[in-house]
Design a binder for this molecule. Sequence first.
Ligand SMILES: NC(=O)c1ccc[n+]([C@@H]2O[C@H](COP(=O)([O-])OP(=O)(O)OC[C@H]3O[C@@H](n4cnc5c(N)ncnc54)[C@H](O)[C@@H]3O)[C@@H](O)[C@H]2O)c1
Length: 464
Amino acid sequence: MADDAESHREPEVNRFSITRRDFVRMGAAAAAAGASIKTTVLEASPFAAQAADGPPVRFAIVGTGIRGCDLLKAARTVPSGVCVGAADLYDMRHQAAQEVWGGAFATTRDYRVLLDRKDVDAVVIATSDHLHRRVTLDAVAAGKDVYCEKPMSHSVADGQAMVDAVAKGNRIFQAGSQRVSSILYAKAREIYSSGKLGEVHSIDAQWNRNSPGGAWVYPVPADASPQNVDWERFQQDAPARAFDPVRFFRWRLFSDYSSGLGGDLFVHMLSGIFAITSMNAAPVRAYSSGGLYHFKDGREFPDFLETLYDFSSANGPVQVHVHCNQNNNDADERISFFGSTGTLVVTGSSVTFTPQNVAARFEAYGWGGMTEAQRKKGQEDWRDAHAGAAQAAAPEAESFTVPRGYNDTADHLANFYRAVHTRQHVVEDEVFGHHAAIGCHMANYAYFHRTLANWDGDAGKIVG
Ligand SMILES: NC(=O)c1ccc[n+]([C@@H]2O[C@H](COP(=O)([O-])OP(=O)(O)OC[C@H]3O[C@@H](n4cnc5c(N)ncnc54)[C@H](O)[C@@H]3O)[C@@H](O)[C@H]2O)c1
């Protein structure tokens, strides 16, 4: 019934004279429906391509699998940093890392060899999630700054240990949700903080993927064996098991090493929301639903997960709905901020603002059950009551996209190098990273315990 009633509202706009505001309102609806609005291509930020004031940051990378190689590829384009060594537990990846970097550097299975080197300023960590804490703590103890891939932690306790260690060691730490450094998110932040959206109490974030080959079912090399995979080091901080290359190469499927969709994608979206709204805190509470509907291959996580969070922000309560679908649905990545005077939608390549028409207008819909004479009288009374009311100009709809080939990982690395040089903390520091990861752990807690997950800030833990 409610849907039927709502579907009758829009034609009422045309029953009476179309004001400029109505026109804007329809424009906003058209924009939301994908019709043409002015689109500006954003300029790439200058930092990534600039050389540093001093010598480039010399970093060693720990973990040169899929993401480690992507980081190295992006790092090639950022002159203020240089890779001087790499550690990985699968020997072929020593070669893969140098191929993608386009030059030779020292390689090892044991990252501590790299931490001992005086010519290493910083460490980039791209291991499976369960080892982020160990490598970070060792790197900080060795006096290195740290760029650690998202999700920062594999548990709340891991995250707190990392926050404490970084503070104690007075190191620069950046978590690796690169959207935070994106020029798109900077534009979204500018629009959000301009006040154009009015009050925002509702945010919806989704990331859906179409992976017909099997989500997270990454290749297991035919030659993988205990001879070329350092299985013992991989199992540190995880329950001991017999050699299993599927666990090593598809670790995202297993809770010993991964946090599932929460750690893989929720964290990106929560980090993006924090960056745009400056809301940097653990959620107050979370409720999750979902299931393992499609990929019944022994994985330990749902392939469809949705979580409703309550956040408390400086501007009042905010409900954040995050949902990810791996069931071969390619609706992709989108964060929508629903404000009282406008809607902001951020996708992987665009930011779109559409204003709401909030000017006073005759609400004809409510007069539908009246006689023609009553309706006319109501309209005349409304016009008399509003005669001479000021007509403020409504903001225009606007849209922005990134330039072709834009890479936010390069910007994120450049921000990290700059912080290493200046000793100024980055936006996505250890506390930010910890808060975003707590969001992911609360989503999983709520899902697996079938309960509300509440954040107990005094105890620093999730309670049911
Ligand atoms: N920011 C992003 O967009 C993004 C994208 C993908 C992955 N990630 C994150 O990057 C990390 C790595 O993911 P991936 O897809 O590259 O996984 P992967 O399995 O492809 O690579 C991980 C590598 O880490 C190595 N490793 C594990 N423990 C190690 C240790 N103690 N010492 C040295 N090497 C070790 C493994 O040998 C493996 O090669 C994860 O935390 C993941 O969440 C981030």
